[in-house]
Design a protein around this ligand. Structure first.
Ligand code: LLP
Length: 418
């Protein structure tokens, strides 16, 4: 069941008419399908049924607590990268023992917060972090469960900004150094080694890099066993790509099968940290055309959403499908070629370029695959309040984050008095 589909020419989110919704909540807004979030999560969970596993949704992709609470109710685990995300996940009702903590720059305060909560595991990314975590845990009279994030040095063949598994990236520990660092960790009294972790990149469209990386990780695991290092889980990260345009990402089940093939009967729990593959196609960004501007060289559709709402096109040159919310049965005119741009004062402020559309002022457009890295990366640039977020389930909808007002933004600031 497509989460966003046309009924009598009108785009719906599940059974909710998006024109009606926009009239009530205004634009721009993000709209999420509960059903699709669940279906995507279940697809991972089902595909890994043959082995002990835990799907730890990567909170960074979409951290609205409504989204987190839906996944928590399915039994999801969570991959967090900050104390803020930890608070979100706990607020959403998830148990701490299903939370893993990734990221290269964990602060002392964040370590304390996570130790107090008693999370499942810290994914440690450097020797310095190992030392700090050991000290913080010691001061609290606790033991921190850890994995080392290992960098298997495979080329994930994705956008350089989101490729993380190469030697030159800031992430993880070189796989060649892992055995000695594990040996060191074993000596530290306030750490308990529980696993090994890796994440090679995002928006991966080939299975080969995953297979290569897992092979290298499993080799390492063997070596660690010989070193008498006892592991409980292998965390293989996230990264499975989605279809934005003509990409053909692997199906979740095929991705899982590539992992299962190598897994055989290993006595570990497999953790995955998918973000995009769970959230992207569960969301759209709904925006209204303010003006049409027909220039000499280009036609512009100026919409009320901008790079502050959805930065992926501006930041990565990402292409996301943009469609009118209402499509007439018998169109009266040919489509025109537009750049879809926002009101922000930057040339880079576009949502799409060279798109053929039939649009008029006041029309609604839907930007697809906006459920992941959409709202989560939004900002207040140009003092634009961030968009509302709406959750849809069947005929029902709920505003799960109200639109920010300028008062919200100014409330944090002060007039200079010095
Ligand atoms: N685990 C770790 C340690 C990560 O760094 C990431 C993403 C994930 C899991 C989730 O990866 P996913 O399954 O979503 O590919 N803002 C970029 C994507 C950045 C991804 C960063 N790390 C974008 O909009 O394309």
């Amino acid at each position: 069941n497509a989460p966003f589909s046309y009924q009598n020419g009108m785009l719906h989110a599940e059974a909710v008419n998006l024109e009606h919704l926009a009239d009530q909540v205004g634009t721009p807004c993000f709209v999420y399908s509960k059903q699709r979030l669940q279906d995507n999560w279940w697809a991972f969970d089902r595909a890994l049924q043959p082995i002990p596993h835990l799907i730890c949704y990567a909170v960074k992709a979409n951290s609205n607590i409504a989204v987190l609470s839906i996944l928590a109710q399915l039994g999801s685990g969570f991959d967090i990268v900050s104390g803020g995300e930890l608070t979100r996940v706990l607020t959403a009702g998830a148990p701490a023992n299903k939370i893993v903590f990734s990221g290269v720059g964990k602060s002392i305060a964040e370590m304390k917060q996570a130790l107090e909560a008693n999370i499942l595991c810290f994914n440690v990314e450097s020797e310095a972090e190992l030392t700090r975590l050991n000290q913080v845990a010691g001061e609290m009279g606790l033991k921190a469960r850890i994995s080392l994030r290992v960098n298997p040095d495979v080329d994930a063949r994705t956008h350089p900004y989101i490729s993380t598994g190469l030697k030159q990236n800031k992430f993880g520990i070189a796989i060649t150094e892992a055995p000695s660092l594990y040996a060191k960790a074993q000596q530290l009294p306030h750490l308990e080694i529980t696993g090994v972790d890796c994440h090679i990149g995002s928006q991966l469209l080939d299975l080969a890099p995953f297979a290569d990386a897992l092979q290298r990780i499993l080799q390492l695991v063997k070596q660690l066993e010989q070193q008498k290092i006892q592991l409980h889980h292998i965390d293989f990260g996230g990264g499975l790509g989605v279809r934005y345009r003509e990409e053909e990402p692997p199906e979740i089940v095929d991705y899982a099968n590539v992992l299962l093939e190598q897994w055989q009967n290993l006595p570990y729990t497999l953790l995955l940290e998918p973000g995009r593959a769970i959230a992207a196609d569960a969301g759209i960004l709904l925006t209204r055309v303010e003006f049409l501007k027909n220039g000499e060289a280009k036609n512009f559709a100026i919409v009320d959403a901008a790079m502050n709402d959805l930065i992926r096109p501006a930041l990565y040159g990402a292409w996301q499908r943009i469609e009118p919310v209402f499509v007439a049965d018998t169109p009266s005119a040919d489509p025109l070629c537009y750049d879809i741009v926002g009101p922000v004062c930057e040339t880079g402020d576009f949502l799409g370029k060279d798109r053929y559309l039939r649009v008029n002022e006041g029309d609604l457009l839907a930007v697809h695959q906006a459920g992941a890295y959409g709202f989560a990366m939004s900002s207040n640039y140009n003092t634009r309040g961030r968009a509302a977020e709406i959750l849809v389930s069947g005929h029902q909808w709920q505003c799960v984050r109200r639109r920010e007002t300028v008062e919200d933004l100014l409330a944090l600031e002060s007039i200079a008095t010095i």
